[in-house]
Design a protein. Structure first.
Length: 202
């Protein structure tokens, strides 16, 4: 990883339609408009059903940033400045990192925001942090995320059973995907070709 403590920096990433900026305490009330919706959390190991749970969630992620464990970005539409969700970089290793903890508000899920956020985060990880590998994982029932991982060229590499139970009383099953630096350049210009010229990095 590049010799830079990103946790001491305010990082902004953007396309022409989406900006990703650091999560902060002031976002709690704005996030409440999209986060408090049971439909979002159906395949997650937790849920946010009220403002207190949302506050605890935001505080936890900000604390993890202060501990150099997780950098969480707010996703904001540049068309109308609406906050639409968030995503994180975490599990930092010498040559790899995980992108995840991503959720998008229901009205925005069928649009391009998640796809464009993955482009921005992958570009940041491979081209700015000089990482060799990026990992993703999701619940085996989260078909939207699984479809996106396949679309962007991430490769499945293992399944992990969790101690957490789903609503059927079964052990949750997470599917892990990865992308390597060696394949990033080809993916960047074949999958994200229409975004390459529009990115903004620190």
């Amino acid at each position: 990883m590049k010799n830079l403590n990103i946790f001491n920096h305010k990082i902004y990433l953007a396309t022409t339609r989406l900006v990703m900026r650091p999560l902060n305490y002031a976002d709690i009330s704005i996030l409440a408009e999209v986060a408090i919706n049971d439909e979002i959390w159906q395949t997650y190991s937790f849920s946010i059903s009220n403002i207190d749970e949302l506050k605890n969630y935001v505080i936890k992620y900000i604390n993890e940033k202060n501990e150099n464990k997780r950098y969480t970005f707010i996703l904001e539409s540049l068309y109308d400045s609406k906050v639409i969700g968030l995503s994180s970089i975490y599990n930092f290793g010498k040559d790899e990192v995980e992108i995840g903890g991503t959720w998008i508000g229901i009205p925005f899920q069928k649009l391009y925001y998640n796809f464009e956020s993955k482009f921005l985060l992958l570009s940041f990880c491979f081209e700015y942090l000089n990482l060799k590998r990026v990992v993703f994982h999701t619940d085996s029932r989260n078909y939207k995320s699984l479809s996106l991982y396949n679309k962007i060229g991430a490769k499945f590499y293992y399944t992990k059973k969790s101690k957490h139970l789903n609503e059927f009383g079964e052990n949750r099953e997470s599917l892990y995907y990865k992308m390597e630096l060696e394949t990033w350049k080809e993916i960047k210009y074949n999958v994200f070709d229409n975004l390459v010229s529009s990115k903004t990095l620190p």
